[in-house]
Design a protein around this ligand. Structure first.
Ligand code: GLN
Length: 282
């Protein structure tokens, strides 16, 4: 089978799940990964005869994709903020909104950094580790702590930290009952914020394949993490410390209200125009 025949077979097999252009996009990613050919080289190699081993690899990928599994989970890696990040079924696939959150955070922390030398940052609900890793990369002298309830997610986060040789202080704990024992200059979090009542609005591929624990609030209160974070901000965020939160777009004002005591707290929209972030200064 040639590369162009395989490409056609790939799209034809996935007609029920992906449009033609989606299949082509996904095919190119796997072809680059398995055959080590970039897009341009793939175009030049339409008649390349493939080995049985490689054909089998693609067959395996097609069967997995047919189950509705997200292609990045099958690939096992993605790119986030210019960094290679390993992903699996135990962590949320990084979302573009979280890149926006980090863009805001990096800009604001840079201002704070000129005033504080040994910055202490805590990230709540780390998942694959994207938030602490990007921050540690940008602020190498900062002491970055990260909490997650899932041991399996932490294993993936550590793998990512090792890959990038970044030192993060990972803590395995249930944040909702964790007593912090020190103060921080920055609190940042993208906690599970989807309400249980919103479950039917979430795509099946997300619900079936991504960790529910990372998506849905553990109780009927969709703001439970945000309430706990406000308690910790009172006790463990230094004066003038910064807060960065990714939030449920439907609960913008309700979430913002929790941070009334901050000297500044603002709601920021994401690129799609939804209320998505809170930035606060204590
Ligand atoms: N933004 C994610 C989604 O819509 C949810 C992330 C979260 O709950 N923190 O899938």
């Amino acid at each position: 089978m040639t590369l162009s025949q395989l490409k056609k077979h790939f799209s034809d097999s996935l007609l029920e799940i992906y449009t033609d252009s989606e299949s082509v996009f996904i095919f190119h990613i796997f072809a680059e990964h398995i055959l080590d050919l970039n897009n341009f080289q793939q175009k030049q190699s339409a008649d390349l005869e493939l080995s049985d081993e490689n054909i089998n690899k693609f067959q395996q990928i097609i069967s997995e994709l047919k189950t509705g599994k997200p292609y990045l989970q099958i690939l096992g890696e993605t790119e986030f903020y210019g960094m290679k990040i390993f992903v699996d079924e135990n962590v949320l696939i990084p979302r573009p909104e979280t890149e926006e959150l980090l863009e805001i955070a990096i800009q604001k922390i840079s201002n704070l950094k000129s005033q504080i030398s040994n910055l202490k940052i805590i990230d709540i609900g780390t998942g694959s580790g994207i938030i602490p890793l990007v921050l540690k990369k940008h602020f190498p002298e900062a002491e970055v702590t990260s909490v997650d309830f899932s041991k399996k997610a932490l294993k993936t986060a550590k793998k990512n930290a090792d890959f990038h040789q970044l030192e993060i202080n990972f803590i395995h704990a249930d944040y909702l009952s964790l007593e912090l024992n020190k103060n921080f200059d920055v609190i940042i979090s993208n906690p599970p914020y989807i309400g249980i009542d919103e479950e039917n609005e979430i795509a099946d591929s997300v619900k079936e394949f991504e960790p529910k624990m990372a998506l849905f609030s553990p109780t009927s209160d969709a703001l439970i993490f945000y309430r706990r974070i406000i308690e910790d901000s009172k006790k463990h965020l230094n004066e003038k410390g910064l807060l960065f939160l990714e939030i449920n777009q439907k609960l913008g004002l309700e979430t913002l209200e929790l941070y009334n005591d901050f000297s500044k707290a603002e709601l920021i929209k994401d690129l799609s125009g939804n209320d998505r972030f809170i930035f606060g200064i204590k």
